[in-house]
Design a protein around this ligand. Sequence first.
Ligand code: SAM
Length: 247
Amino acid sequence: MAKSRTPARYAFGSVKVNSGDWHSQILEVNESSSERVVESYTRLAPVYELWARLTETRPRRRVLEMAAPRDGDAVLEVAVGTGAQLVELARRNPSGRTVGVELSEGMLKRARKRVADAEFGERTDLVQAGALDIPFEDRSFDLLVNAYMLDLLPRSDIPIALAEFRRLLRPDGRLVLSNMTVGESRRHRVWDALYSRGVNLTANCRGVLAVPVLEELGFVHVRREYMSQFGFPTEIVYAEKPSTDPT
Ligand SMILES: C[S@@+](CC[C@H](N)C(=O)[O-])C[C@H]1O[C@@H](n2cnc3c(N)ncnc32)[C@H](O)[C@@H]1O
């Protein structure tokens, strides 16, 4: 008789998740229209870096360490926002191509200015596109970075976005995510508690858990770090596309 596979069980602080059941451990988004979310980021673009200074500086540093771009890599950042992280990725990849996509017009304008000021020339490019349908060929990138965007998507879109990232990576390609996540202490859970009552202090973000979804999609070498800045909980997740992946 064939042995049934024991379902994986994950523990994220006090949050326990059985594989296939991550949906029930995260909140659904209050705003599910991507047009509305993206419009709100156009309005927030002028002040976004103030929020980032409060909550994202340490996670951004750790993302760059975990991503460790190798000179000559083909690098894609999805949802670049104002382009702060894209510029750092491009600096570490002087002879490779670094490309960013972003859906919000206001964010894209700021990212374009930042990239132009950095004078990288043609090796860096920005494209207006959404994360669920990114206009590049399969297996185009060695490294894909995505920060604080999965936490804005409806639950059902999270696997679609991660499958799209997998499509774009070459075999052995590296994925580094940072997401608002489920708080591991009472203080860190305040944001989600307010969000669930309709108090939107987090620009539409709520805590998510990427690891079970990545495992379901067949990513390998998945690891996760948890950190908080200003009480704002972030997970930083590293994963690779398998070397044998035929897609
Ligand atoms: C919280 S901001 C993070 C920006 C940047 N990654 C950072 O860490 O500074 C979220 C960004 O995701 C973008 N965004 C939201 N939904 C998107 C989608 N479906 N496709 C691409 N970008 C999206 C927003 O326009 C916004 O710039």
